[in-house]
Design a protein around this ligand. Structure first.
Ligand code: FAD
Length: 302
């Protein structure tokens, strides 16, 4: 099924992100993670593409397992900045051969380590180049990344939004946000994109934080800001992993409840391959929604 059709048939769409095992680990190491996530009945599971194209073969392999063994819709991430057109075409062929119809089309980050040589003339400068290419070669539902606080490289927010609109105009059916910790940033972003005519569904990327060092590394890379109320939690519980885990789950749950009440199209949980965290959040939300969405007692309806 195309993910664009999932978004048009239900709301909210609940999805998870996983990453493939490292280059020298077997794909079998991920089965227990997918088993546990499958139990939660997500609408789709996305599979990341190693930075700089590393371990890229495993993205297709894992997406294929999710789709063909577990019968869960798979979204394969694909980055392009370090690839040639023929490499991308080979991956698109593999995806088609594996019955995978959904791609998150990304530029990717520039390699910073080692002495990376870019394809002789860089063939894709931005994600929109890749979206155009995918559109012209196959029948896929294409998603793209978006950044409620702006992309770290683009200092002009309105220019960044202009580039985002371009990605939608050339063929992106839906958007998934970078992680954010302050829902108000997301609501302002949604007003901004609506005002420039971006009307495709947007799924909010939520990362449950369970490790201070990890979140410092991620936010330094992507530029997402950490609000003071969350900084205090990180500082207080950094040496108490169990408490930080519970606080991180509670914070993510609170963010999601607020997003649901706002009317979000989708929630995309960055699981970091820790299904027990995703399970706690999904269960929290399910029990709260059960209470909130029950018919009010007759006496209350006056
Ligand atoms: P683009 O849309 O190309 O944007 C990059 C920058 O270029 C922005 O500053 C934008 O304003 C500017 N720009 C865009 N189009 C143009 C244009 N036509 N002309 C001039 N400037 C332009 N990385 C991975 O390596 N693997 C993954 O699996 C992965 N998954 C991700 C999933 C999500 C949901 C998100 C939000 C990010 C993910 N990333 C992943 C990170 C992503 O690769 C980086 O954020 C990267 O720096 C930008 O990718 P992009 O597709 O948003 O690029």
């Amino acid at each position: 099924m195309y993910i664009r059709d999932i978004f048009s048939s239900k709301k909210p769409v609940i999805s998870f992100e996983v990453f493939p095992p490292k280059k020298d680990s077997s794909i079998d190491t991920i089965y227990s993670t997918i088993d546990a996530l499958a139990d939660l009945h997500p609408d789709f599971i996305s599979v990341t593409y190693g930075a700089g194209g590393s371990a890229s073969g495993k993205t297709v392999e894992l997406a294929s397992i999710i789709k063909n063994k577990y019968n869960i819709e798979a979204l394969a991430h694909l980055t392009c900045v370090t690839s040639t057109k023929s490499e991308i075409e080979a991956i698109l062929d593999k995806l088609t051969a594996n019955n995978i119809t959904n791609i998150l089309s990304l530029r990717g980050d520039f390699p910073t380590e080692g002495d990376y040589k870019f394809p002789s003339s860089v063939q894709y400068e931005h994600a929109d180049d890749l979206i155009r290419h995918i559109k012209s070669t196959g029948d896929f539902s294409i998603g793209a990344a978006c950044y409620p606080e702006g992309h770290i490289e683009c200092k002009d927010k309105s220019l960044d939004l202009f580039h985002l609109k371009n990605k939608v105009q050339v063929g992106s059916d839906f958007l998934i946000t970078q992680l954010f910790f302050n829902n108000e940033d997301f609501y302002i972003f949604m007003d901004q994109i609506k005002s420039i005519g971006i009307n495709v569904p947007v799924s909010a990327g939520i990362m449950p934080v369970i490790n201070k060092k990890q979140i410092e590394r991620i936010t330094a890379l992507c530029g997402a800001s950490v609000p003071n109320k969350f900084k205090r939690i990180l500082d207080k519980y950094e040496n108490n992993p169990e408490a930080l885990k519970e606080a991180g789950i509670a914070y993510a749950t609170e963010q999601i409840i607020d997003l649901l009440s706002w009317g979000i199209d989708g929630i995309h949980i960055y699981t970091m391959n820790k299904p027990e965290i995703a399970r706690k959040i999904v269960n929290n939300i399910a029990s709260i929604r059960n209470v909130l969405e029950k018919e009010p007692p007759a006496a209350a309806v006056q």
